[in-house]
Design a protein around this ligand. Structure first.
Ligand code: ARG
Length: 578
């Protein structure tokens, strides 16, 4: 283990036990990064209250019992009773050295859990919107991080592949011809297909009637209707998979677990809820009333599980998803839903009902990773000028085109194919990173210029830092894998960079625990800045002393690996050159 904060916490805890007795051995040592040292331990302040003593005296007692001489140069009391802890350079160097030979690149192995994670979940024969883009990108990053930490991640792409719109969609498919150019639109521009069906539905009572009958036939399992439905789903899969390939996300067909998959379970869900007295019939609909969910005038808001016409709703299906993920997929402790923030109440109501029904044991915590809206520069949900939803593929292509212009300007020396490959990685990386670098539940304004900027907390800035390191190795004719040091630290910028490297493992675990990928972005940005500062002050290839050169090459090799691994966990590629 190389996390200094964690090790110091253990050491201070032992000191607390030794100084004040076993009752104090599990007191929080309150270790924080410090402005004045590397870390500070603030435990003395709350303890002083508990002991009725002066905080500085308590701090002195802690320091007297503290055994950190192997890792700290200084343990000094400051202010009202903080203990400032400064690491030894040789300790940092040795940990950085360990990192170089660690096959896990510093990422800790956690106790493996089975974690289903629901993300992306676009709707069949509909355009994926920027909200779907964001759950796809955030969910994929979380899946990668949890896997890297050693968990058994089960991806669940809960596509919207069932419901009343299929009546009009199937009729429109039949009217247009199954292999017509109109039908092909489902693969390329699904919204055009959907809108055409919708327009007919609104304009023609005859069409609307056919659509309604078709819904009945679909629900009754009419084979021809099911065949047409499947065809629409298959055409949509082609569209989804094109988007996933462009975005470079890990979802495959085997992760599809759409709404229709749960159809057979819904009657049983309703029956059990009714038998257990959790649901009751109200105005013909089967509803779950929960006193903790009240609306206006304190009346409970119903979760409708079976409508008065016998149909099931989105909520019923999500009762089935949580049950399935616990019982069939074997979720050990967490089930993660990466879904738009507006669905928060839906999930709370569903999960509360599932707990009452016994489908959600106490050991399992369902988690809604709330996805905030992506806005246009008018501050409203991003749309085209004419108010239509943006075609996601067009949005991604534009990012790549804009990246291509930057690459063309910066690298006229490269051939077209190489430039195009770089532009793709930079353009897509920029869009993905923009989604990841702000906390997942906040809104942000979609802005190409900002996301593609080579400065600031952007994908391209980090990719550029990695490309710069690669170019140093190319120039020196050195293979990064053979840069093994030994690492010695003399310059402050070297020390800062090495210390920053030690933060990688801890931040990856923190992302696994909090499900907040922006923490990893913030870390990588700090690391890239530490590298930039290092590179300004410390010549690498030009270092006169060969031992210094080797040490610095090893430091930047570890930095490169951390950047590439970290961006990889976010699903962002790092071009060889930029
Ligand atoms: N298809 C839904 C939508 O587009 C998202 C589904 C999220 N997952 C779930 N289990 N409800 O809003």
């Amino acid at each position: 283990m190389a996390d200094p904060q964690e090790i110091l916490a253990q050491r201070v805890q032992s000191a607390l036990g030794a100084a004040f007795g076993p009752d104090f051995a599990d007191t929080d040592p309150v270790i924080r990064p410090s402005q004045f040292a590397d870390f500070q331990a603030n435990a003395a302040l709350p303890l002083a209250k508990r002991l009725g003593r002066a905080p500085r005296d308590v701090a002195a007692d802690i320091v007297a019992h503290l055994d950190v001489s192997d890792m700290c140069r200084d343990a000094e009391i400051s202010g009202p009773g903080f203990i400032n802890l400064t690491l030894r350079d040789d300790w940092i160097a040795a940990r950085a050295q360990d990192l170089l030979s660690d096959p896990r690149a510093g990422i800790p192995q956690q106790e493996p859990q089975t974690i289903p994670i629901d993300y992306s979940a676009p709707n069949v024969a509909k355009e994926m919107h920027v909200g779907h883009l964001r759950t796809t990108v955030v969910g994929d990053a979380l899946a990668r991080v949890l896997e890297a930490l050693g968990h058994n991640v089960v991806r669940q792409n809960h596509i919207g592949d069932w419901g009343t719109p299929f009546g009009m969609l199937i009729e429109h498919l039949l009217d247009s011809g199954e292999h017509s150019p109109e039908a092909e639109l489902v693969k390329t521009d699904p919204n055009a297909f959907y809108q055409a069906a919708r327009t007919k539905f609104d304009a023609s009572p005859e069409f609307a009637e056919r659509a309604r009958k078709r819904v009945v036939a679909l629900q009754a399992g009419d084979p021809e209707t099911l065949r047409l439905w499947r065809e629409l789903v298959d055409l949509s899969k082609i569209y989804f998979n094109r988007v996933y390939a462009t975005l470079d996300v890990t979802l495959t067909d085997s992760d599809l677990a759409g709404e229709s998959m749960y159809n057979d379970m819904l009657p049983g869900i309703c029956d059990e809820l009714e038998d257990k007295g959790i649901a009751e019939v109200s105005e013909g609909a089967l509803c779950v009333f929960q006193p903790e969910f009240t609306g206006r005038e304190g009346k409970p808001v119903p979760l409708i599980v079976r409508k008065s016409d016998g149909g099931y709703g989105y909520g019923t299906t999500d009762l089935a998803t949580i049950r399935y993920r616990v019982e069939e997929l074997g979720a050990t402790s967490r089930v993660v839903y990466v879904v738009g923030a507006p669905q928060a109440l839906h999930f709370r109501m569903v999960w509360a009902a599932a707990r009452k029904a016994g489908w959600l044991p106490d050991r399992v915590t369902p988690i809604h990773v709330q996805i905030g809206n992506v806005l246009g520069d008018d501050g409203k949900i991003l749309r085209t000028r004419s108010g239509q939803p943006i075609r996601l593929m067009a949005l991604l292509e534009e990012a790549v085109d804009r990246a291509a212009k930057v690459v063309a300007e910066n690298r006229p020396d490269l051939d077209d194919a190489t430039r195009a490959a770089i532009a793709r990685e930079v353009g897509i990386g920029a869009v993905k990173y923009a989604d990841l670098s702000v906390s997942h539940d906040t809104e942000y304004v979609f802005d190409y210029d900002r996301m593609l900027a080579l400065n600031g907390n952007t994908g391209p800035y980090l990719q550029y830092a990695a490309a710069r390191i690669r170019s140093i190795f190319r120039k020196g004719g050195v293979d990064p894998d053979s840069a093994t040091g030994p690492i010695t630290l003399t310059e402050p910028a070297e020390r800062d960079l090495a210390l920053a490297l030690l933060g990688f493992g801890p931040v990856v675990s923190a992302v696994g625990d909090t499900l907040e990928p922006h923490r990893l972005c913030g870390y990588l940005f700090d690391l890239a800045q530490a590298f930039t500062a290092f590179f300004e002050h410390c010549p690498v290839l030009q270092a006169e002393d060969p031992a210094v050169r080797d040490s610095r090459l090893a430091l930047i090799a570890a930095t490169l690996r951390t950047l590439v691994t970290g961006l990889g966990l976010l699903g962002v590629r790092t071009p060889e050159q930029m």
